[in-house]
Design a protein. Structure first.
Length: 160
């Protein structure tokens, strides 16, 4: 389960309500992200700035997660994060999400298959080659064979 703090239209109460509702669903993992403005996103293109201070909400989330038997197992920061925030992954005992750890440590290949997903294939020099799936549903559907061929090409060149 992933939550993003700092989106337009949010307020302290709505964020806390979302954290509580997610907890009610009892997922093995919950990651609380601070909004990061990605190039090409609408918010980035519109120069969105969130000037609200959610420090108390992040402190609430840390305490709330601990009280509900989640423990933090990874933390990272990204470029262009709103509010100088952080992303914290919480897990129940014995349920650390291996994908999250692998992704942060960049130690294994990752194949993305959905719309707008990305793949990272590590070469023999431990550098990643990346490919991105189309963001447009029509492009994704109409060019699925191109997507597959691109991923196959990266895998075949893995040892070069």
């Amino acid at each position: 389960m992933d939550l993003i703090v700092g989106l337009p239209g949010e307020n302290r109460d709505s964020i806390i309500n979302s954290i509580k509702k997610d907890n009610d669903l009892e997922p093995d993992n919950i990651t609380i992200h601070t909004l990061s403005l990605k190039k090409g996103s609408r918010l980035y293109d519109e120069n969105f700035i969130n000037d609200k201070d959610y420090w108390d909400v992040m402190e609430f989330s840390k305490k709330f997660m601990e009280e509900n038997n989640y423990f933090p197992y990874y933390l990272y920061r990204q470029k262009r994060m709103a509010l100088s925030g952080e992303n914290i992954g919480y897990a129940k005992k014995g349920h650390i999400c291996k994908y999250n750890v692998i992704s942060m440590e960049e130690i294994e290949d990752i194949l993305g298959f959905g719309i707008s997903s990305s793949s990272k294939i590590m070469d023999k020099n431990h550098n990643f080659k990346r490919t991105f799936n189309y963001k447009s549903l029509n492009d994704y559907i109409n060019r699925i064979n191109d997507i597959i061929l691109m991923k196959l090409s990266l895998i075949e060149k893995k040892d070069e």
